[in-house]
Design a protein around this ligand. Sequence first.
Ligand code: HXC
Ligand code: NAP
Length: 289
Amino acid sequence: MHTQGMLRDNALKGKTIIITGGGTGLGRSMGTYFLELGANLVITSRKIEVLEKTAEEMMKQTGGQVLPVQCNVKEYEQVEAVLKAAVEKFGQVDILINNAAGNFISPTERLSHRAFDAVVDIVLKGSYNCTLALGKYWIEKKIKGVVLSTLTTYAFTGSGWVVPSACGKSGVWGMTKSLAVEWAKYGIRLNAVAPGPFPTEGAWSRLLPDPIKEKFDPVKKVPLGRVGDHQELANLAAYLISDYAAYITGDMVNIDGGEWLKGAGQFNNMDMVTDEMWDMLEMFTKGKK
Ligand code: HXC
Ligand code: NAP
């Protein structure tokens, strides 16, 4: 069930959606589902050859329309150029998905300040560049735009060893809550999703490189005992950007099989205690007055 599309046919009909980092991974999966629901798509990232190939495959698969545009989200002028190209092609833009990201694992003290910039500039600066450009356009044109940002659960818990990413994602979460209130008067909604582990080449190669893959198998950290399926994230994203979610703004929805909560609860690793051990432990704990 969770691997199937959820929304009604044509739920996004007539909407034009820009997805940053839309040529690969989760951006590609979400975009494919938006096309199936009737949207027009603009996919952007740094590598135009990847975008062009993805656009062709997406159009073949869904029959929808996809415009690939090269854009480094760190550069505001390039973001404005994407918006211009999208309006020229589709007439207007309704929805922005801030999905582009950079990340790697490392002890923070080993990082140069340039390494910090490399990640924070994509995640935070890239997201505010896109949100600002689209927001100005929507306000001027009186369009009730929607922003959805792909964050992570450590946007609110924090996480060691991915500190530039945690800084960037937390910043985007702050922007989401702030603008949800400030721009509500224009009818603009902003929300976020916080995925747990969803296998993609981009994330897995940087965060779970081969030498540590087994030891840090993410499945072991997820109470529901599996990684996420791309379609279930696409379902959630499609709902949040659709008019069905018209009363939801300034929120972030976790989709992580309970991963972050398991890490937070003080006794949540007790599933390693066997029934025999519980029999024994009970003798020590029961009947204490
Ligand atoms: C330490 C590193 C490093 C690493 C790069 N640097 N990789 N330092 N460990 N693994 C340092 C470099 O030495 C350099 O510093 C500085 O960072 C810039 O490096 P560049 O290679 O020039 O950067 P750039 O070309 O801008 O590439 C950005 C990138 C790259 C982030 C480093 O990996 C990238 O393009 N990533 C995009 C896709 C991606 O990361 N996807 C995964 C998203 S997954 P010096 O000082 O030497 O000049 C995700 C999941 C979150 O976000 C949650 C999971 C549950
Ligand atoms: P991915 O395939 O590597 O996606 C990252 C995308 O960002 C790529 O398409 C990349 O394309 C683009 N990008 C990077 N720098 C850019 C820049 N400066 N300008 C424009 N585009 C840029 O990895 P993913 O796993 O699908 O990640 C997608 C999103 O999900 C990210 O926000 C990530 O943090 C989030 N997320 C993923 C997971 C997971 O388990 N996979 C979990 C939580 C959150 P180019 O290289 O062509 O620029």
